[in-house]
Design a protein around this ligand. Sequence first.
Ligand code: HEC
Length: 510
Amino acid sequence: MTRLIVSLSALLMTVSAPFADPVVDYAENCQECHGVNRLGGIGPALIPQTLGRMRGPNLVSVIRDGRAATQMPAFGDLMSDSRIDALAAFLQEPLVDVPPWGAEEIMASRILNEDYQPANKPVWSSDPMNITLAVETGDHHVSVLDGDTFETLDRFPTPFAVHGGPKFSPEGRYVFIMSRDGWVQKYDLYALKEVGRIRAGLNSRNIAMSHDGKWIAVANYLPNTLTILAAENLSVAAVQEIKGKDGTPSRISAVYQAPPRKSFVLALKDVPEIWEVFYGPNPPHYGFAHDWRIEGPAPHTKPFPVRKITTPDYLDDFFFDQSYEYVMGASRSGAGGQVIDLVIGQKTADLDLPGMPHLGSGITWQHGDTTVMATPHLKDNAVSVIDMQTWKTVKRIETLGPGFFMRSHENSPYVWVDVFFGPNRDVMHVIDKQSLEIVKTLRPEKGATVAHVEFTRNGRHALVSIWEDEGAMIVYDAQTLEEIRRLPMKKPSGKYNVWNKITFSEGTSH
Ligand code: HEC
């Protein structure tokens, strides 16, 4: 009935302009680029899930003024303010129908690059293990850098709005990059060429790569599915609907790889469960029900047994110990966290972590005779350091504001943590791994957001982002903490070093 009214009113509005109807305005002015159903085309998807981070006035100004140097035109001369307001409000309404996005639709979206020729060895002479990528979100590109000379080997376009960390294949030759609109791009670092891309979801969170490099799992919000792709050719291996044990559909907050367990582990947004999806040849016997097997379409049909573990709370954001037996999860309420033993499938400890820990960017190191894990908090001016044997908080290190990313390296005595939110967004703390004290606070550019650190292969240099439209990547000497170089970049976010990622360095998240 509502639909009928909407379409009736749409009809009326077309004949009786100047009354604006955002549905009609959308169809006539936006649909060709942003897609039927607002799910994207040349332009990104325009749905609440993706526009949430754009505050109301921002949304209006993009429509009114367009985006310089992109295909997004300005509509200020064509539409009155009230029509633009109505359109902005309409874009923030949830979709009434989510179109099917199953194996068939996903396969049909795959685009393989016809110009791509695999190279048997790199077309460059840098150290392949020290290749470092910088994601530049300002204009949707990735820079491929030599981690010794910081020379740019290539700068290639990505899908709109890269989300989550890119994943390298185990030998470091390919990288897989995911965008907020669910596109997964495969790029060959040896040939410096895109291999292809496929839209694995309509709105997605992140990807994980199996330890053998065969499978890529894509965590989707929209629809409520997990997509598994064959890494080799980006074909669809499986699409699994996510429904809790009682049938409640759920979004996936994130997917993680658990290499020793040969599984993917899923954090679920809407049900208090952890899922483990096995891809190895002999999955452990957890008494899988038959309907827990995901069957994929031919020719890559493969069962992926799924195990559902009920947890005492909704857990959003995970960190694993080195053995991948224990997973630390942050509770959705922000009140603390829990440790789940994946072998027995039960909670074994509570964590004292108020203020929304960002476990996904946690790191570990040896401290005395134990291993500690440290995490920043999204809503607290602190870094928590936790003993991984007792699960007790060893120390809360006070910072100048809530942080987002934290990094170290086996060869570095320091941990770097940013202040991502609040008035001190322009600082970066350097913490001594043994004394657990802040030994230096860097402020490389007053007023500019400074965030995310990555180390080069041997830990000699720390790379820091000036996270601004006309930003930069700063190269620091990781020992003396002196700035060595600044490479201009367009809103650089994450940096990813091949060696640190493929060897699962304890100083970086995975
Ligand atoms: C000719 C193609 C085209 C048309 C027509 C068009 N857009 Fe866009 N739009 C784009 C592109 C491309 C971008 C991405 C720009 C960028 O790189 O930041 C974009 C970005 C946007 C964004 C920002 C989204 C984000 O997540 O950052 C909004 C909002 C938007 N468009 C709304 C509209 C509306 C509303 C209309 C119709 C009145 C419209 N657009 C018409 C191509 C188009």
